[in-house]
Design a binder for this molecule. Structure first.
Ligand code: SF4
Length: 279
């Protein structure tokens, strides 16, 4: 049975003078969170021990490093300008305004990879896919799949924990118009590479959108690389599988290009693959 989640790191422990996206999934508040619903993440939790704890420590160190990065002048300027200006609806909030580390279970068997933080979403809250409509969609789906302890991800400290899943992105700083340059992508992707290496129980990587698919396919050595499409599966060396999904962007969800059943089906398949069930 899936136990109470011990939580992953939830944002950096990096000393912050602004927002503090720490603590929500750090285990100590497990009782308050309640239990993640039974089932799908079970394999991920079974036998979780020293390795996973070591992974969590290394992930926390990596998170600190990510949160301190200033390697891309254009993105640093943008993320900080957005954080300083703020959106009227969030005028009373202090934005994170830094690179955003991944979030979730260090023993995850399923890793979900997006493009980059949203300017007023993760760039505000400091937790990946948190604080915008895309995140609302994604975490609700993770909850329906039994991989999240609650159906929403509002802010660090909201009690959310993932079990068997980890959410991250190719680029860690919010890019103007959601478009990082190839140079910015290449500069940032080593963070994803290191994260994937530390998530050593991961069997399935869900690529949310074509940008993520391209990066993940390169990182995992997918050859030949099938054309991106919703539900496409691409085997990778070492027994991993990349599963493609349309990105839960408003553009896709408002137009019906991506529906809840479509996202649910991808997660159900990811769970099946993570359990070792192949066609
Ligand atoms: S995008 Fe990545 S490499 Fe560039 S500043 Fe942000 S964290 Fe650093």
């Amino acid at each position: 049975m899936l136990g109470r989640t011990s939580g992953g790191h939830d944002g950096p422990s990096y000393a912050v003078a602004v927002a503090d996206p720490t603590g929500a999934a750090h285990g100590e508040d497990g009782a308050a969170r309640g239990e993640v619903r039974a089932g799908q993440g079970g394999e991920a939790r079974a036998g979780q021990g020293g390795e996973a704890r070591a992974g969590r420590g290394a992930l926390a160190v990596l998170a600190d490093e990510i949160a301190a990065c200033r390697a891309c002048p254009r993105l640093v300027a943008h993320r900080e300008a957005v954080a300083a200006a703020r959106r009227a609806a969030f005028a009373d909030q202090v934005y994170w305004g830094r690179p955003v580390p991944g979030f979730g279970d260090p023993a995850a068997t399923i890793v979900l990879v997006g493009l980059a933080p949203a300017a007023h979403g993760a760039n505000r809250t400091g937790r990946m896919f948190t604080g915008d409509r895309s995140g609302d969609w994604l975490y609700a789906a993770l909850w329906r799949a039994g991989l999240a302890s609650q159906p929403s991800s509002v802010a660090a400290g909201d009690g959310l924990a993932l079990a068997g899943a980890y959410v991250t992105a190719v680029v860690r700083c919010a890019p103007p118009a959601n478009r990082p340059t190839p140079q910015e992508r290449d500069r940032c992707v080593p963070f994803l590479r290191r994260e994937l290496a530390l998530l050593d129980r991961a069997r399935v990587v869900v690529a949310l959108g074509g940008f993520a698919y391209q990066a993940v396919a390169v990182e995992l050595g997918v050859r030949p690389r099938p054309r991106f499409g919703h539900g496409v599966e691409a085997p990778a060396p070492g027994g991993k599988v990349v599963v493609c999904s349309y990105h839960p962007s408003q553009q896709n969800t408002f137009t019906g290009r991506l529906t809840e059943p479509m996202l649910d089906a991808v997660l159900a398949r990811a769970i099946e693959l993570a359990r070792g069930r192949r066609p």
